[in-house]
Design a protein around this ligand. Structure first.
Ligand code: PBG
Length: 323
């Protein structure tokens, strides 16, 4: 039956009616705040291309995380900027590495804040790639051992969740085995399952000083043109033991999000990445768009497409509005 019997505008007439039939609700419990931690003391250094985001030394990170937790944000994901980098990314799996130290301090000072640790080598290698280089290529199998050591040292430091973002084949199984073997059966793996070789990571690479020194990441991260391949990546991560799957970036990949939601029952996360943040921040600084409305609209859209929770540099700002 159609017009005039049906009038879809009837339920849009007042805010109360609209609220009653709203299908997607954004809550601050579904926001995770990405943070960068660096050596030193009393360091809070703004990231040029990500205004309002900083590299924090551990002491200041702890203070900031108290505020993050008080806003009702359930957790943070940590990225490390090490003292020095080398060919094998030893800073990633050093038990006294920057992320391991930060995790220890955070679990002590803000125990209820979930600490998620990104598992990858790129911030720690002098060549900037996510794995070991052999014959000029990023070698898959020899990298797995180092990723497993990274996740293990993070779990030992108190990480609540480990999140491999490297896109090596077989890393989830290898990390699961390493954690289980050492008594960390209870630590979940949040797998960056469908991670695309995206230009939207640009500002992050400035923040983490992790741009590859030669070549690009196309031999391990996914081709933005591919959709079906994402389903294969997700299926294999789940089979290997991933507890949560993630799509990254978010907004340009909502078709992947919707499809993943349809095809899989695992909890689904989305990463609204640095470039997505910076586009909105820059356009709003110019006065061209309404920052708050675009922020809330994009976060709501990511949830509507199927994400259970969202890693976003807007977490604090959105949580304040969601009070
Ligand atoms: C790799 C990693 C990257 C991001 C998260 N984990 C960078 C990359 O793959 O180049 C990007 C996140 C963002 O852009 O916000 N450790």
């Amino acid at each position: 039956m159609a017009f005039p019997t049906h009038r879809l505008r009837r339920l849009r007439r007042t805010p109360e009616l609209r609220a009653l039939v709203q299908e997607t609700t954004l809550t601050k419990q579904s926001l995770i705040y990405p943070m960068f931690v660096c050596p030193g003391e009393r360091v809070k250094k703004e990231i040029r291309s990500m205004p309002g985001n900083f590299r924090w030394s551990v002491d200041f990170l702890v203070e900031e995380c108290k505020a993050v937790s008080e806003l009702g944000i359930p957790g943070v994901i940590l990225f490390g900027i090490p003292e020095s980098k080398d060919a094998v990314g030893s800073g990633a799996y050093d038990p006294q590495g920057i992320v391991q130290r930060a995790a220890r301090a955070l679990k002590k000072a803000v125990p209820n804040l979930l600490v998620i640790c990104d598992v990858c080598l790129d911030e720690y290698t002098d060549h900037g790639h996510c794995g070991l280089i052999k014959n000029g290529e990023v070698d898959n199998d020899s990298t797995l051992e180092l990723l497993a050591r990274t996740a293990l040292t993070q779990a030992e430091a108190g990480a609540d969740v480990v999140a491999p973002s490297d896109m090596m084949d077989g890393r989830v199984a290898r990390i699961r085995a390493a954690l289980d073997d050492r008594g960390f059966q209870h630590v979940p793996i949040l797998a960056y399952s469908a991670k695309y070789a995206s230009a939207f990571y640009g500002p992050f690479r400035e923040a983490a000083d992790s741009a590859p020194k030669f070549g690009d990441r196309k031999s391990y991260q996914m081709d933005p043109a591919n959709q079906r391949e994402a389903l294969r990546e997700i299926a294999s991560d789940i089979e290997e033991g991933a507890d949560i799957i993630m799509i990254k970036p978010a907004l340009p990949y909502l078709d992947i999000m919707a499809l993943a939601r349809q095809e899989f029952d695992a909890p689904l996360a989305a990463y609204q990445v640095s470039g997505e943040f910076s586009l909105i921040a820059a356009a709003s600084e110019k006065g061209w768009i309404d920052r708050e409305r675009i922020m809330m609209e994009s976060l709501t859209s990511i949830k509507r497409a199927g994400a259970d929770f969202i890693l976003t540099y807007f977490a604090k700002e959105a949580a304040r509005l969601l009070r």
